[in-house]
Design a protein around this ligand. Sequence first.
Ligand SMILES: Nc1ncnc2c1ncn2[C@@H]1O[C@H](COP(=O)(O)OP(=O)(O)OP(=O)(O)O)[C@@H](O)[C@H]1O
Ligand SMILES: [Mg+2]
Length: 232
Amino acid sequence: MSSQRNSAIELDNVGQSFESHQQQINLFKDVQFLIEQGQSYAITGPSGSGKSSLLMLASGLEQPTTGQVRHVNQGQYQAISSLRAEIGFIFQQFHLLAELSALNNVALPLKLRGDKHALSTAKQWLEHVGLGHRLDHKPSQLSGGEQQRIAIARALVFKPKFIFADEPTGNLDAKSATGIAELLFKCCSDNGAALVLVTHSQKLAARAQHQLNFEQGNCVWLKNEKRSEGHE
Ligand SMILES: Nc1ncnc2c1ncn2[C@@H]1O[C@H](COP(=O)(O)OP(=O)(O)OP(=O)(O)O)[C@@H](O)[C@H]1O
Ligand SMILES: [Mg+2]
């Protein structure tokens, strides 16, 4: 077992609020959440309730207003930034690079890691998501669902230990959505990755081992609460 195998991300008493246009927005507070490798988590709740914001905090892309987000490695706390290379993020708005082809968007994380087989591995991943026939298209030449599948391939191609997926099936037809859900849960079980997905689909949420639901400013565990276990 590798030393990274037992990594986790711990959200300890995390809260997020924003000040904008002289208005204070309190999204959530006191969230306790332990994200462990090999486990799957669904985050559900109404539009505007703070699901994407929680994902940004949990992955270290943004800072919480209160509380802490830390990497727990073999029982020791480390800065969340120490996990940067291990995190695959599927953004709700995709954030593909407009100038790059589908193939080069997916190959990019591998090229940045110096992988000599970046292009052939990226091609395989595009085939996994049903886009083997769109390798040379740029994002603007692709449908919303096709762009979403490229974003998914880009997030999974380097076998991340933590996968954050914001509405990964939101733009897909039922058959494609089922295929993508299979792929995400397979990455979780085959690679021992943690999967944290935001979804409006109860069917998809039901597949996750844990479910955290936003309800009128409160975060409520509907299934298998995952709290901090007080590592130090
Ligand atoms: N940087 C920011 N500054 C001010 N307000 C923000 C900021 N980021 C998010 N918000 C507000 O916080 C609320 C929650 O946003 P968030 O994107 O987390 O919701 P969500 O649950 O993901 O919604 P959806 O299901 O529509 O994607 C929104 O009302 C949004 O306007
Ligand atoms: Mg959102």
